[in-house]
Design a protein around this ligand. Structure first.
Ligand code: ADP
Ligand code: MG
Length: 387
């Protein structure tokens, strides 16, 4: 979100509807600092909210229907408007507007009175890059609709409602991390999040003070077979927990004993990733609590190696981005997100992000991969009202 986005949606709203919006709300995308494929194993994650966000202007309307305009869609991005009424609020709705209609649905399912509304949004969260543009859209819609009707809903409850939209209305089986990050994060912090208890703790991410920055590289690798691979990893983890007699891999306390008890090599490696990744998230939270940010680097490297060798969810372009970033001086680097493409994060000295990214772009060109994009990830605030 840039401050200009607030003016953009306000002006577009006024021009479109001939009245002022009642307010402007926003909700950010996120990047996961560490903790991959730990969420469905009841484990730990540590995302932070990005400055990139969905910005949404809104005002109530009288006929009990909703219209939503995305300024990121339509010919020449002139905007695309979708409208729906109470009878259309059926799980399984297709199209991008389902991420908004599903929030109305989830609010109503939870017993909240939601009036009709006109909504206009713009977003600078890259779509489908694993930075959670979908959660940003849901959480912005939730902030706007709850704001218009002055609904009092606790932040964690908001995250759960947004997740319900994504899981049950849109039909994407995700954990709570994305919506928790988009709702609960605060400026300058990462969010330590326990996916079993939903305990959330702000951990200081003092990059500036440490003379560091976090480079986010979007490999722009087309995701293939992601859903099947995800389901496969999930099933193996659940099977392993069953064999080990624990509710989830989070509960494995003795890794060596667990590995000795498992029947095959693939399952052993999957378990080793999850158990060591949980330990890395705990170690990272511990380091950040003492402002030892630079010491995250070996944890990032180990996380990447574990995803590459044990969980096998990286792809050549992602591995190349990580290796090249390291050669170019990054202290540590790892893939972030579910895998098979998406983004890489690199902890680099302040002021060197562009140079590191340029080296990765050159390596990508040499290897025949499409050009990556990049930005510096700034730990930012969660959803809120801007105007
Ligand atoms: P990610 O969350 O990693 O960006 P998803 O596939 O989960 O990827 O969500 C992307 C989808 O969310 C898009 O295909 C679109 O349906 C919806 N979406 C996100 N941002 C916008 C936007 N600004 N305008 C319209 N739809 C959006
Ligand atoms: Mg998403």
């Amino acid at each position: 979100m840039s401050p200009a986005d607030v003016d953009t949606v306000t002006q577009d709203f006024s021009a479109r509807f001939g009245r002022e919006p009642a307010g402007v709300w926003s909700a950010p995308g996120r990047v996961n600092l560490i903790g991959e494929h730990t969420d469905y194993n009841d484990g730990f994650v540590m995302p932070f909210a990005l400055a990139q966000a969905v910005t949404m202007a809104a005002a109530p309307r009288e006929d009990g229907r909703w219209s939503v305009t995305s300024l990121n869609r339509g010919e020449g991005q002139g905007g695309e408007t979708e409208e729906f009424g109470p009878d259309d609020l059926q799980p399984g709705m297709t199209g991008w507007q389902a991420y908004v209609a599903g929030v109305v649905w989830a609010l109503r399912e939870a017993g909240h009175q939601v009036r009709g509304a006109d909504l206009v949004l713009t977003s600078d969260v890259p779509l489908g890059a694993g930075l959670s543009s979908s959660a940003a859209l849901e959480c912005a819609a939730l902030a706007a609709l709850a704001g218009l009707d002055e609904l009092e809903i606790e932040p964690l409850e908001r995250a759960k409602l947004a997740r319900r939209c994504e899981n049950e209305f849109v039909g994407a089986p995700t954990g709570l991390m994305d919506q928790a990050a988009s709702t609960l994060c605060t400026v300058g912090h990462a969010l330590f999040f326990d996916c079993r208890t939903f305990e959330a703790r702000q951990v200081h991410l003092a990059l500036d003070e440490a003379g560091l920055e976090l480079l986010v590289l979007d490999t722009r690798t087309p995701h293939t077979h992601v859903d099947g691979e995800y389901a496969d990893r999930r099933r193996t983890c659940e099977e392993a927990a069953g064999i080990l007699g624990v509710p989830a891999l989070r509960d494995v306390t003795d890794l060596d004993a667990a590995l000795a008890a498992l029947p095959d090599d693939v399952m052993r490696r999957r378990v080793r990733h999850v158990v060591t990744e949980d330990a890395r998230v705990l170690a990272a939270a511990d380091l950040l609590a003492r402002d030892r940010v630079a010491e995250l680097a070996p944890l990032l490297d180990a996380s990447h190696a574990s995803m590459r060798d044990d969980f096998e969810i990286t792809v050549p372009s992602v591995d190349l981005a990580v290796a090249t970033a390291k050669e170019a001086g990054a202290l540590g680097a790892r893939m972030t997100g579910g895998g098979f493409g998406g983004c890489v994060i690199a902890l680099v000295a302040a002021g060197t992000a562009d140079a590191v990214a340029a080296r990765v772009a050159t390596a990508f060109a040499g290897a025949g991969h499409g050009a990556p994009t990049h930005f510096v990830g700034l730990p930012s605030a969660g959803a809120g009202r801007l105007r």
